[in-house]
Design a protein around this ligand. Structure first.
Ligand code: NAP
Length: 514
């Protein structure tokens, strides 16, 4: 029963006129059907409004009249609700959704009368949690027993691992030819909405605009179609993603999905809001989940969770890329931040020339790193590897000292850094979040102190030109943006994910338009 997962736009406007225009917009954006949420209409008049909404509809319609007790807006008795839904069936709606709690009453109300091209969706919503696989299985059986043509279960993800149980149940239903909509609400459940076509979900919801959601965690239809390329997702599609907390702001899904698409690589890249890395990795252990980017706060934990860690990543103590090795399923950790940042700085010094010179232009130079976190460690280790004299300045001096001892460098407080100029032509790398949006007027070092530096790099890339970089340029330094590190670490990840050369010009083009 390999039917294509349908893409449904929920219509939650307050007036019929707005719903009609949203319906046209849904069609224009590529939806397969719309869900007409009657409970969102103020002053709803069933006879008049259903006739208008269903008469010349541009797309098939799923009609829902959700009561308050199941998370909707309708507050009245069931009788007028059933009457309106029955009318929708008579007017040709392709689907009606009824809640499991009253489904038997509704089926009796319509005397089991269903037109030929009509399907009854019986739904169950859990706004607190996601039950066990066994409980979900028995819920499916109860929904089927009341006469559902399509089973719909929506639960809530307390942890991203909860979604795996829903996937299992959908796959089981598909094997038994039971059409099922299985969605897990909240930001931790987003993959349930994107990966529907992989596991055989009957439909998924995509909103018209970010604000027009009918349930927590719904992506927009544009993101489903244009970022996640949902029409290309099938059972064999490999899943990659960015593990982080928070992760919603990440631009990596846009970048990697577009890059995958450009070379026809059958994979999708999703945001993974993960609380506990070890639980996530053991839950999604199948080869289908093939590789991950790792960001704050999981880069250090990733070193411990991987079966094998590349020696450089191990020395840095941070993994930003995890690959599930196809041959044996073992998790292998890498650090592409290090290569991305150091190569960007080297090319900055060389003026983007002589790329294959054998001696690093960092050799013998004083290289000051501000920050001693994940990015700080990567930069400090990388600079040391290239023969630089490394100095680490950090808000928490003890961490600077610790890192300096580890790599064989010198530690400073941030205050000491202001008057630190043992030589001219030094290199500076900010690896703290100082200056990042929204605090764009902050900077880690005064303009006066920047005079001693020949090159200044900032790991922060929102905004692209930070106050630090602006003032460094005004002081005559070469500047290297965090965006360059971002592009290069992403290219490194792409190559580890696919085994192929990264499409550099495309990736640069995407990043510059973000
Ligand atoms: P992290 O491990 O949490 O480390 C944060 C570092 O910043 C610590 O040294 C911390 O000092 C310092 N810090 C934070 N807030 C500060 C403040 N208000 N004043 C002074 N110091 C402060 O984070 P990370 O993974 O290294 O990331 C750091 C930055 O690099 C972020 O802005 C991130 O977006 C950026 N980054 C960019 C790329 C890229 O591709 N361009 C890649 C990775 C990271 P304490 O030790 O005192 O807490």
């Amino acid at each position: 029963m390999a039917t294509r997962t349908l893409l449904c736009v929920p219509l939650v406007a307050k007036t019929v006129e707005e719903m009609l225009s949203d319906m046209a917009a849904a069609k224009a954006k590529g939806a397969d059907l719309v869900e007409i949420r009657l409970d969102h209409l103020t002053a709803f008049n069933p006879q008049r409004d259903l006739d208008i909404l269903l008469r010349d509809r541009p797309l098939p319609a799923l009609v829902t009249y959700r009561p308050k007790w199941e998370g909707g807006e309708y507050e009245g008795d069931d009788e007028p609700r059933f009457e309106a839904l029955q009318l929708a069936i008579q007017l040709g709606a392709e689907y009606v959704d009824i809640e499991l709690k009253v489904a038997e009453n509704f089926v009796n109300y319509i005397s089991g009368q269903k037109p030929e091209n009509f399907s009854l969706i019986v739904s169950s919503h859990n706004y607190q949690s996601t039950p066990s696989t066994e409980e979900l299985g028995s819920l499916v059986a109860r929904i089927q027993a009341v006469g559902a043509d399509i089973v719909k279960i929506a639960t809530t993800a307390v942890d991203i691992a909860d979604v795996a149980r829903m996937f299992q149940v959908i796959v089981h239903c598909q094997e038994r030819q039971v059409p099922m909509i299985g969605l897990v609400m909240s930001e931790r459940g987003v993959i349930s909405r994107v990966l529907c076509p992989k596991f055989g979900g009957y439909l998924t919801f995509g909103t018209l605009d970010a604000g027009k959601t009918s349930a927590p965690g719904q992506p927009t239809i544009s993101d489903l179609l244009n970022v996640y390329n949902i029409r290309q997702i099938g059972p064999d599609t490999k899943v990659f993603g960015i593990i982080g907390k928070p992760v919603g702001h990440s631009k990596s899904p846009i970048l990697h999905n577009e890059a995958f698409k450009s070379i026809g690589f059958n994979a999708v890249y999703v945001p993974l809001l993960v609380d506990d890395l070890a639980t996530f990795l053991s839950t999604y252990s199948s080869p289908d989940f093939a590789g991950f980017s790792c960001t704050i706060p999981h880069k250090e934990a990733a070193v411990v969770c991987c079966d094998e860690v590349d020696p450089i990543a191990k020395a840095i103590g941070a993994v930003n890329t995890i690959i599930k090795r196809p041959a044996d399923g073992r998790l292998v950790g890498y650090n592409t931040d290090y290569v991305g940042a150091i190569s960007a700085i080297e090319d900055g010094i060389r003026g983007f020339q002589l790329k294959d010179a054998t001696v690093s232009p960092l050799a013998g130079k004083t290289f000051v790193v501000i920050g001693a976190g994940g990015a700080g460690k990567a930069l400090a280790y990388g600079a040391k590897e290239k023969g630089a004299k490394v100095v680490i300045a950090n808000r928490t001096y003890e961490r600077a000292k610790e890192l300096a001892n580890l790599i064989g460098g010198h530690a400073l407080t941030l205050a000491e850094l202001e008057n630190f100029h043992p030589e001219e032509g030094m290199i500076l790398a900010n690896t703290t979040s100082i200056g990042m949006q929204p605090r764009v007027n902050d900077t880690p070092l005064s303009k006066q102190a920047l005079k001693s530096y020949a090159l200044v790099f900032d790991a922060v890339y929102t905004p692209k030109v930070t106050r630090l970089l602006r003032e460094a340029e005004e002081s005559g330094a070469i500047v290297v943006s965090g965006l360059e590190m971002f592009i290069r670490q992403a290219m490194g990840q792409f190559e580890l994910f696919t085994g192929l050369t990264a499409p550099e010009s495309l990736m640069r083009h995407i990043v510059s338009s973000l």
